[in-house]
Design a protein around this ligand. Structure first.
Ligand code: CP
Ligand code: NVA
Length: 306
């Protein structure tokens, strides 16, 4: 059966651990100058409906490092408007070995995967960002040497990034707390599903950033208005004004806590410049880890194809 990774629901806890272990191994080899031919002559297609620096470049670079090639497809291929999704996905997936998709609507990726003969990876939708979460946990694991007994706090919007992060933490037994303003929190169903994951740690949903950050090993934030929510920017800036990650808030975290942000960041809004550019910031290591985590994910997925 072809496996897809559209949300973290698509990977079991053991599989997440396997991907992280492969990622750490590939990173260590890469840093020693080893670029194994894991994907010789394998081809990855990329379909992006939204802008991207990290996801696009880390996937394209990652597959090339390991012997494969990528095709960044433009609007001319006609995804969603030139032919049926059945025909589009059926044809594309007979040419390539892997498809990475960034879509406005999560359902577009679900439909593509339903009709694809090769694995599909979600490179961000309105609902989830699983590749980001894998890189995030890889970064925390590297920083502390373990994930055991750690807490990650997310301060900001209950969005694609915090949702994937929360589910990944739950799968790995990492405590997770999300502080978001009233009206921007997850539905109860999401919290119930996170808590029901076997081995999940403590899961906290709060309106109080200091409560979320208390004792955290990593403090994470993301933009207040995601791609596609530009019209809500002013309203969100008002509603999230008490949710900035700044030096005062960081004092509630562990002394050696790191700061994380999926990027792009807006200094002075969701994070102060002092924290973003300060000694606790691990955002560049985190961005770099997109490359290594996705190599691990590709290696795992492509080996899975029977
Ligand atoms: N974090 C992230 O996904 O960045 P891009 O939007 O640049 O890909
Ligand atoms: N939540 C943000 C993440 C960007 C990487 C967005 O969807 O725009």
């Amino acid at each position: 059966m072809v496996r897809h990774v559209l949300t973290m629901d698509d990977l079991s806890s053991d599989e997440v651990r396997e991907v992280l272990s492969l990622s750490a191994d590939l990173k260590s080899k890469f840093n020693s100058g080893i670029r194994e031919d894991l994907f010789p002559r394998r081809v990855m297609a990329m379909l992006f409906q939204k802008p991207s620096l990290r996801t696009r470049v880390s996937f394209e670079t990652g597959i090339r490092h390991l012997g494969g090639a990528s095709l960044f497809l433009g609007e001319d291929v006609g995804w969603g408007n030139r032919e049926s999704i059945e025909d589009f996905a059926g044809v594309l997936s007979r040419y390539v070995d892997l498809i990475v998709v960034r879509a406005k609507l999560h359902d577009s990726v679900v439909q593509l995967a339903e009709h694809s003969q090769c694995p599909v990876i979600n490179g961000l939708t309105d609902l989830s960002h699983p590749c980001q979460a894998l890189a995030d946990l890889l970064t925390v694991q590297e920083s502390f040497g373990t994930l055991e007994g750690l807490k990650i706090a997310f301060v900001g919007d209950a969005n694609n990034v915090s949702r994937s992060l929360g589910f990944t933490c739950a799968k790995l037994g990492v405590d997770f707390a999300l502080a978001s303003p009233a009206g921007y929190e997850f539905d109860a169903e999401i919290w119930e599903r996170m808590q029901a994951i076997p081995g999940a740690g403590q899961i906290v949903d709060t309106r109080d950033p200091a409560e979320a950050v208390d004792g955290a090993a990593a403090v994470y934030t993301d933009v207040w208005a995601s791609m596609g929510q530009e019209a809500e920017q002013a309203q969100r800036e008002a509603d999230f004004s008490d949710f900035q990650v700044n030096a005062t808030l960081m004092q509630s975290a562990k002394d050696n806590a790191i700061f994380l942000h999926c990027l792009p960041a807006h200094r002075g809004l969701e994070v102060s410049a002092e924290v973003m550019d300060g000694p606790q910031s691990s955002v560049l290591q985190q961005a770099e880890n997109r490359l290594h985590a996705q190599k691990g994910l590709m290696a795992w997925l492509l080996n899975t194809v029977a």
